[in-house]
Design a protein around this ligand. Structure first.
Ligand code: HEM
Length: 197
């Protein structure tokens, strides 16, 4: 058995351990995911088949662009649009920093309300990125929405996209590490796809 087969076996043991514990004390991320998978009423069903289809498409893209003889480099990322779309969609649905703040230097009208200067506002990026006014089927994991060929979200003008896609905030206090973050997310996820089944 290859290394990835052996690794799969170890992971399956962990999964079985989590599924079979009768009385849980606290929950960790794997418990949360397993509960979502088993929850009939959950808004979005996670199935192993969906994860597999996503995985197969990413693996095909990486194999066709890079081959099987080396690992992904930073310079490969622009040639891997589906991998980038998966990273974008992951950040849209599960932003590591879901809210961020601003303090107003001047009073102004926002959404019909006058907001005084020095007011601290919290921007809920999580809610904006799941708003059905801006995103089609917002709770679905659909990386295709970030592909240039997709008609739905991609047709939006760049400015609007910046304001509805906020995993790194926006404007002059937006995250200065955005480019670095895309590089490490793309390479780390891509390398895991290359190395493990
Ligand atoms: C997945 C990775 C990352 C995410 C999701 C993330 C997200 C964010 C968000 C939402 C903000 C607030 C932006 C705003 O208020 O408009 C922020 C600020 C910031 N981030 Fe990141 N970040 C990431 C990685 C990084 C990295 C790799 C660095 C540096 C190497 C970095 C450095 C900073 C700094 C210094 C600020 C404060 C900017 C300011 O207040 O002017 N971040 N980040």
């Amino acid at each position: 058995m290859g290394i990835s087969g052996r690794y799969d076996k170890v992971l399956e043991t962990f999964l079985a351990e989590h599924e079979n514990v009768a009385e849980k004390q606290g929950m960790n991320l794997m418990d949360v995911l397993l509960e979502a998978k088993g929850d009939e009423k959950s808004e979005y069903k996670i199935t192993r088949d969906q994860i597999k289809a996503l995985f197969v498409r990413m693996r095909e893209e990486i194999d066709s662009v890079i081959g099987k003889s080396r690992l992904i480099l930073e310079t490969d990322l622009p040639n891997l649009p589906y991998l980038q779309a998966v990273v974008n969609e992951g950040l849209r649905l599960y932003p590591p920093i879901p809210v961020f703040g601003r303090r107003l230097q001047e009073g102004c009208v926002m959404g019909g309300f006058y907001v005084h200067e020095k007011t601290t506002l919290v921007v809920n990026g999580y809610a904006v990125m799941r708003d059905s006014d801006y995103w089609e089927n917002p709770d679905d994991f659909k990386p295709e929405r970030f592909l240039a060929s997709s008609g739905s979200e991609q047709e939006d003008a760049t400015k609007e996209k910046v304001l509805k896609y906020l995993p790194f905030g926006s404007g002059r206090r937006g995250c200065p590490g955005t480019n670095l973050a895309y590089i490490f997310l793309g390479t780390v996820i891509g390398i895991m796809i290359q190395c493990f089944d």
